[in-house]
Design a protein around this ligand. Structure first.
Ligand code: GLY
Length: 256
């Protein structure tokens, strides 16, 4: 069960962040409204939400999941793989110290974005991506092993369709993974029941189990229907402004 979440409100220069999206830029007022609704949903799921102030030096810092990985007894400060995001970690140490006695840090030349890390109960899938390198992944695996977790690396460097591993896979309970088709044949996921997301709904592979609920982006009826049929209680949320900046539901919070 999660009890807490940490979020960071988007700054007014949020649209200056990294993005592959080529359409109209995000609307700041809309983004704030969507962020408020996201926080309210986390609170309805039973979490106490710590709201950090915008960090105007780092336009992507609202994607706070990327700066840390949280385990049962320790926090691991990430080392984001994009140069413009490297120093975002400076803003998360103090908030995490209030909750975690043991804090590790990924060291250079390792890089690691939290969005590449998918927790499945006592196992972690660690994406090796354009942001997370093998060195960072192995450092994280070693820290997690000290805390009793197993882990496996999932190499997504050849995939153009996703930025982070968690853009394509989510763990909704100890045996079930929501997964985009392109990842469904991966050996690493063998043994799990796979809930496949049709290619037209890939964005919804980034859904988030929060206690008794699953947060899911609005507008994806096939995967939403399938999850509902399986008994999951869905909380649909509009995160269209964050999608324009290559972000999804999971990136907007650290949950623990
Ligand atoms: N805009 C999110 C990222 O590229 O890290």
């Amino acid at each position: 069960m999660f009890k807490h979440a940490i979020v960071r409100r988007p700054g007014k220069n949020f649209a200056d962040g990294l993005a592959s999206f080529k359409g109209a830029p995000p609307d700041y007022e809309n983004a704030l409204g969507q962020h408020d609704a996201y926080c309210a949903a986390l609170e309805r799921c039973g979490l106490a939400v710590v709201r950090l102030e915008p960090d105007l030096e780092h336009p992507d810092s609202t994607f706070v999941e990327d700066v840390a990985v949280l385990a049962q007894n320790s926090a691991i400060i990430a080392r984001p793989g994009a140069r413009s995001r490297e120093r975002e970690v400076d803003g998360i140490r103090e908030p995490l110290k209030k909750f975690f006695q043991t804090i590790h840090e990924i060291e250079a030349p390792g890089t690691l974005d939290g969005g590449d890390i998918c927790e499945a109960e006592k196992h972690f899938f660690i994406g090796v991506s354009r942001r997370t390198n093998e060195g960072g992944a192995k450092q994280l695996a070693a820290f997690l092993a000290r805390d009793g977790y197993t882990s496996s690396l999932v190499d997504i460097r050849a995939m153009k369709s996703i930025l982070h591993l968690k853009s394509g896979v989510a763990c909704v309970d100890d045996r079930q993974l929501v997964v985009m088709e392109e990842l469904a044949a991966r050996e690493e996921f063998r043994g799990y029941e796979l809930i496949r997301v049709a290619p037209g709904e890939n964005y919804a592979a980034n859904c988030v189990r929060v206690n008794e609920h699953v947060l899911i982006p609005v507008g994806f009826p096939a995967i939403g229907g399938e999850l509902a049929r399986r008994g999951f209680r869905l909380v649909p949320l509009d995160v269209s402004e964050f999608r324009k900046m290559d972000g999804g539901l999971s990136c907007l919070s650290l949950r623990f």
